[in-house]
Each structure stands twice: as structure tokens, then as C-alpha cells.
Design a protein around this ligand. Sequence first.
Ligand code: PRX
Length: 657
Amino acid sequence: MADSAQHIDALLAEDRIFNPPPGLVENSNVMAWMRDHDIQTVEELYERAKNPNWFWPEVARDLVTWYRPHDKLLEWDRPFAKWFVGAEYNIAYDAVDRHAKSWRKNKVAFIYEGEPGDTRKITYGELAIEVNRLANGLRRLGVGKGDRVAIYMPMTPELPIAMLACAKLGAPHAVVFSGFSAAALRDRINDSGAKVVITADGFYRRGRVVNLKTLTDEAVEQAPTVQSVVMYQRLGAAAENVPWHPARDHWWHDLVAGESIECEPEHLDANDMLYLLYTSGTTGKPKGIIHAHGGYAVQTALTLKWVFDIKDEDIWWCAADIGWVTGHSYIVYAPLILGATSVLYEGAPDWPAPDRWWSMIEKYRVTTLYTSPTSIRMFMRQGEKWPQNHDLSSLRLLGSVGEPINPEAWIWYHKYIGGDRCPIMDTWWQTETGAHCITPLPVTPLKPGSGTRPFPGIQATVLDDDGNLSPTNTGGNLVIQTPWPSMLRGIYGDPGRFQEQYWSKYAVEYLAGDVTRIDNDGYFWVQGRADDVLKVAGHRLGNSEVESALVSHAQVAEAAVIGKPHEIKGESIVAYVVLNNGIEPSDELRSALRDHVAHEIGGIARPDEVWFVNDVPKTRSGKIMRRIVRSKAVGEPVGDISTLANPEAVEELDRAR
Ligand code: PRX
């Protein structure tokens, strides 16, 4: 790493602007669109896109197929939006049916590689058949419009197939990341009231078998709404003791056997619910973010087409997990709407060796890679020799998402993966926004660490706590000023929380929850969450969610959880725990508590550090002062502690370590 460290220092000391290669700019989709619309400059594009009534219907024309066109673009009854009002639509038609009827029928939709190295290529024609057979099978199980279906599956093509089959029927899916625990799955099933769960016997992760069906059964035992469980056979003989409930369980292959390969998509209202996706907030309970078919299709497809410049000949690889929004939008819906070819990979990035990804890029001639800063930092630590042993010359664009990217990682990514030629699209967005909101385009001069500026048609800025514009270069609250097509439509079953969380701090704007500054050139620098939400390896977790998991342990009375800067993961989880009277601290208990959190939420939430204390700092009203806990954990001055009910608890934090 010595060589790369010197190189990076040299680059950071220089002018930090990276201009895109002129050839890329000239041939980009966004420039082609500008030429078609007689738009001379990029500035003019941003200006004209400020008129939503012109911009969104105009871009939608090339991207989506309405069964019936809209009467009105937007109905905005803050905080509730309807986009493309009056339009009839089904996203599955654009993602699958349309291509299966065109020349793309024989084009590969997914190049799939399992962790053990098994591969499959699935064409749009084959995808349509699989989606239709499953949709017909689900319908036979009683799934219809409006019924929720939970999906808990590994990263095989059957996961997008399951999502699309639900979309086709108008049945909202709730995908639960396969790394979440049985308890997390149970809570999400119960909140969504899912009637059916689609899962698999298991999958491979770092060479080990994960028995997903065992976890599913544990969850379903306490999920009374579930009538049927559909299980895809991923492992077959490799699976260990797959539990089976004849009255409830169906093998996927049995369910679809004999089903018709045709299935007409439900003609839905463009504002009908496409999916629910649970994400963490500031309370212990994750929230079900609602997305709708129409507006979501338009903005996800447009951003992929313009930001990542996807063309028919590209090989696109969004290396996220479909269990998160990045995978929903940029592995499943947007690439399929565009008729793109995507790589889908089941396993761990560094399995069996740290060059797994680089060998796949070489093998499939991947042109565009989209990943997280955590992965980049991990690869950076393993050293550039791993990518250098592979021909990565097929790459032409790179992307970053999920957390702020530090300039060092940006430069390393640019040099060692992008060969100094591929611009990096640092895309800021959220589960709630559905699609990119602040992001460069391939024509944008880049500054490492900045997401540059709001996408055309998106109005965003930074406000102080009183609602005034934050001065240049001063951190404040990132807000989106006007509704956008792929915006969340609510929190499932909790309109009050929806209003409170995002729409109550300011009278007009959407509160994103990120601290951001805007520099002299109008570039946005998102610095991190402003609220009690953690970003651990790009995964979103609530401090109080982890605290609730700890407190659910029989020997724990109280817990305070904070995020501490971590070289690779961005943040690591540190927990201060107060034990019940008479319970003695021990290393066994410490590791039992870490396991307990993993059991309650999933391995991603396992605390890195657990410290035992007699008390945690609290206000007089009993609220844990995480700010103080955090300052102590990172060795910063704690500041004002006069509002504490128990100032002696601050010293405790030091003593515990
Ligand atoms: O804090 C921001 C961070 O991720 C949060 C959203 O997390 P989630 O809903 O899990 O979605 C992640 C994938 C879209 C944001 O509030 N974040 C996301 N992208 C960036 C980012 N922070 C800085 N730069 C980014 N490019």
C-alpha cells in the first residue's frame, strides 16, 4: 500500500477537479437527449428541468409504457404525493413483458454467478416465462392485488423473479435482506401482514451453507398472517435438515410446474404500491417505506440511463444486495426497464480470494461497477496487487453509494479499478428517495468525496435549524425542496410517523437526515447522518434498534449504543451496557451479548465493542445522552453536562474501558 498511499497524497495535494474524458461526454446518453431537445449546455438542462410539468413527462416518454396516460403530473397534498395521476401502469410490463416481445427476447438480462462458481445466463424471454409461471402459481395460492408477500431469499435470479411476479399481480413485496435474523424477518412479516413468504432452502456465504428455511420457519411460527411458504431449491443436497410443513410449504418448482408461461400484468393505478422496504430510523422499530409503480419506474430508469450511461452493449454490475434499496432500484427495476444486461453474484466479495470481483469483471467484460465505500476501503486494504492481476480495461464508469466516500478511497478506486480513466459517480440517495437525488452525470467535473449537485429535476439545498439557507461551506440539514417522482409514499401503517419524521421540521421541505455543506461551486458534501441512525459498512441501523436488542437480553437493564469512526466500515458499533442487579460482568457475557444482538437483528448489527457500566448518562427526563457517550468513546471533550441527571455516569464510561 506504500505506493498507493504516496500516489494518493500527491493527487490530493493537487487541484482536485477530475474532468470526464471528452469521448465519454460526447457519446453519453444525457448529451444525446440534450441534442434531441435542442439543449445547448448542461446548465440549460438543469434550468429547463426545473419545470416538472415539462421535464418528467418528457423523459418518461422514452422510458415507460402506460396502459393509460396521466391526466395530471402531480397531486401534492403534503406529505402525500401522487405522480402521473390517472395513469394506468404496471412496472413488470416495462421490466419484462415489453422486452420479451421485442428483439431483446434473446438478450441476456442476468449473468448470474453463484459463490461456488456455478453460472447461468437468463435472457429476457426466459425471464418472462419464469416470472409468469411464478405469478400464476402465486395467484393459485390466493395472492392478488394488494396482498403483501415477504421475500427472504439469497442473491440468485429467483429473487428478482419473485419480486417481478408480485409486481405483476399488484401484490406489494417486502424483501427482507437474507442476512437479517429470524426475529427481524418475523417483525417485518408481522408489520406488513404478509400472506405468503418466498424463501429458499439456503445459500452459500464464504463457503459455508446458510440454512435460510430454518430461519424462515422460526419467524413464521410467530407470524399468524402467513398462509403459505414457497421455497426455492438453491442448495438441494447441500442443505442441512430442511424443515417442512406439508400444510403450508410448497417447493417453488412444484408450484410452477404446469403453470402457463403467459400472465397478463394487472393494470394498476400508477400510484398503487409496488413494494414495502423496511429501513431503520431513530426508534427501535424499523419502518416500512412505501414505493409506488409509476413515478418510481420513471426516476429509477432515468437516473440509471443518465448517471451510469447504460446502453444496450453495456454489462452493468451493481454489486449491492437486493435486500437493500440499491438492489431494488439498480439491480432489479431500472436495469430491466432499460433492457440492460446485469451481473448478479451470490456471494462474498473476497471469496475464495480478494480478487473474486476483479476476475468476474475480467471474465464478463463488465463496463460499469457500482459499489459502496466500505467495499472499496476493504479492497484498498488488501492491496492493489489483486486488481492489478486482472484486465479491467472493459470498465468505463464507476459508482459509489451508501455512505460518504473519503477522498483517499475515491482516488484509489479511480486509479486502481478505473485505470485513471473512469469517472466515479458518487450517488447520494436513500431508501426513502427511491432513486439518485444528488449525483454527478458523466459530463460533470468531479471532486473526490462530493456527490456534486442535485440531479436534473431535483431541487435540494441545505438549511440551518431555523429554516434559513446554510451559508456556503457551513454544515446544515440536507433537504429536498419539491416532490420527486420516486419519492416514498409513506410509512406502512404509520402516517403519523411519516409526517413527523420527514415533514415536520420544516414547513415545506423534506428532511433527509444528513449533515451536508455546499461549497463555493455549489457542490454538495454529505457528511453523515444528523440523527441517531448508524451507517455500518453502508448498512443502515438505528442506535435504538441495537439498544432494544441488548435490553431484550434477560441480564441487561439498560444500554447506550453509538457509532465510532472505523477505517473500513465507516462506523463501528460500540455498546455501553448496564446489567441487572446481581449480574457480574464477564467476557462470556460480553460475547453472549454480541451474539444476542446478531440473533435479534442479524450479523451486521453485532457490536464491535461491549462495555459494562453501572449507569449511562441521562437527562432528567430519562433520555440517554448518546452525544456524551459518543464523545467519550472517541476521546473528544464531552462539552456541557449540566443537563445530566447523573453526571457521575460520565466518569463511568472511562472506567469501563
Ligand atoms: O446518510 C446517507 C447515506 O445513506 C443514507 C441512506 O441509507 P439507505 O436508506 O440505507 O440507502 C443507502 C443506499 C441508497 C443517507 O441518508 N448515503 C447514501 N449515499 C450516500 C450517502 N452518504 C454520502 N454519500 C453518498 N453517496
